[in-house]
Ligand binder design. Structure first.
Ligand code: ADP
Length: 220
């Protein structure tokens, strides 16, 4: 059947990033048109995506033939060939794709994409590097920067908060963060309230400004 539908996504460039993205979309029930000019990649992914096509995305006619202008969500996952990324992006901007996501491999690449008018520029390597830095530095078990200096972190409770409820521990008043949910050993995640008592072995989900959340995770 036709792929171009509101809930399908075209992924251009099926390197490591593009492949992981395309396969994850498929897993979550989204139809994916994958495009790459390397034949071996197209063969490898054949049958794993809704459609995989070998084409040069810097050629407008090729993209038109694949009905790419009809997609409202397109991801350009070409990284290292910056020229190909920019040429492809420029064609897609001409198609007025509603939601265009483009991967950047460097600050300069990202800046050019933003200057072209791309609203969603992603920096997978830079983002992952920063994310891992937070994991390495703190006692965080997981970390998600939501944006605008706001983060969600999964962490063990600071020792000084154990045995206290969230009000007594001064989580908001002293540390300026919010405990969103708590999970006890072998238990399930439950929403936290002011009366929630922190116990040894609990896992906390904390929301707050990145610096405050990180400081809270390092509290002894
Ligand atoms: P990663 O680091 O995620 O592996 P790469 O930049 O190395 O990213 O891979 C990008 C993919 O995009 C490669 O598989 C490459 O063949 C593909 N690609 C590059 N230029 C074009 C193009 N003009 N048309 C289609 N696919 C392209």
């Amino acid at each position: 059947g036709r792929v171009a539908r509101a809930d399908s996504v075209a992924v251009i460039g099926l390197g490591r990033f593009g492949q992981a993205l395309a396969l994850e979309l498929m897993d979550s029930g989204t139809e994916v048109l994958g495009i790459d000019f390397r034949e071996e990649i197209v063969q490898e992914l054949n049958g794993q995506l809704t459609h995989v096509v070998q084409a040069d995305s810097t050629k407008e006619a090729a993209l038109r033939q694949l009905a790419v202008p009809e997609f409202d969500r397109v991801v350009v996952a070409i990284g290292h060939d910056v020229e190909a990324s920019i040429l492809t992006t420029s064609i897609l901007l001409g198609f007025n794709i509603e939601h265009l996501w483009v991967k950047a491999v460097s600050e300069q690449h990202g800046r050019i994409l933003e200057q072209l008018g791309v609203k969603h520029v992603v920096f997978p390597e830079g983002d992952m590097g920063r994310r891992v830095a937070h994991l390495v530095r703190g006692s965080m078990q997981d970390y998600l920067e939501i944006g605008d200096d706001f983060s969600l972190i999964k962490m063990a409770p600071p020792p000084s908060t154990i045995g206290k409820n969230l009000t007594e521990a001064g989580v908001r008043t002293k540390f300026g963060v919010t405990v969103v949910a708590v999970r006890s050993v072998g238990g399930r995640w439950t929403y936290a309230t002011a009366e929630t008592v922190i116990a040894e072995g609990d896992t906390l989900l904390v929301a707050g400004s990145t610096a405050k959340a990180e400081a809270f995770s390092q509290l002894r």
